[in-house]
Design a protein around this ligand. Sequence first.
Ligand SMILES: [Zn+2]
Length: 442
Amino acid sequence: MEQVAGFIKKGCRWPTLVFALVFLVMGFCGTGVCSEYSRSDYQQFQHAIIDHRNRLNNNFKKIVRKTTRYIIVHTSELGLSTTLRVVSRGKQFASGHTTPGGHAHYVIARNGGTYRILDKQFRADHAGLSMWQGRQNISSVSIGIELVGYHSAPLTDRQYRSVALLIGILQKVYNLDDTAVLTHSQIAFGRPNPWFPKDHRGRKRCAKNFDRSRAGLGPTLASDPDVKTGRLLPDPYLAELFYGKQPVVAQVAATAPVSNLISKDNTAWSIAGGDYNSQTTSYVLPGGRILSGDQITETIGWHLLPVNTKVLLNQEVATKKPDAPGIPVKVITDRMTAWSHAGPAYRFDSTIYFLPSGTIFPGSRIADWDDLPKNTQLIVGYRGPFIITGERTAYGIAGQKYKDPGTVYFLPPGQVKTGDTITDFSNLPKGTRVYLPLDDIG
Ligand SMILES: [Zn+2]
């Protein structure tokens, strides 16, 4: 109830009143979503929105939006806490450049929790260089919703439920049909570059995995209106995804590469789009070396980027090395979530988590990659634990590899170490556990 009181006290301006009245008087039938959600679903959802507006950067200039034509869906490429900070407080770039925040109206967490970042009457700076139906600067005529997650990874059922309810409410308020709901990747465009001699789609991959049907939405337009009229060149990858022969609306998740790892078919361009060479895109090489997009040309070159290089977007400042090369213990930080470290393996039994509290558990016990506290350590592709006892030494467990950097030890009450960093194996604490790499088997 506190949320409701805060909402009324702070948000009781004209648009909010209209919002509330429309909601109470008309209900939500007629938009196609009423079949799935009841009026009380909408009420409960709206009352549960967490008000985050007081976290907004004071330097953000609030400008009332004159008209609202679209609802734009984004994926944040970050965990919840960092997403909230960036959209409210702003981005910091390695160059020293900062933005004053206000980068979304709403954020939807992996558990469906929905945050109000900026009152929806104001313009949020979320779409950047953008065009739809000939209209540019889409931030000035749209609402921006950030889904916490990655464009190359599945969104959650709870997020789809929340985004369906939120979009349903906003469609009523602004009288928008389903074709007004678009992903950032659909509306962003890029200026000419070595691959595109003209303005073109493909600058963003943002929310390309957004499954409209799971959000209760009908199809998007049959073709890209700006490509059709020749204002923009198509990005072949996105064109196939959104407007291809098959009705991909419900199959986006199935057809899109669900990996952020470089392969022959999954190039830097198909993963990062126009952000491929950005300072804010990080490339984590198989050995652990990290380069930003703007360093690739002068260092290894695009054509030599190794297979299985991991691509991370929206790394506002150059990512610090999350772990030294070759050392298998990874750390969850603001930038690096369990998903960015392990991908789909985050919930495998062979991914072991060491929480700051000293608790240890396998990935199969994790509901979502965004549930883990900062400074949690993890190892990917391991078996164990093997517990050291009076009868069973480190050598007895790991053989000659007991001193290897790939052999991981958990020393009670809470230290995680690799074999090469332990000097005295005769003095390990009682209950020390050993973990061995899976690929050593056989
Ligand atoms: Zn976006």
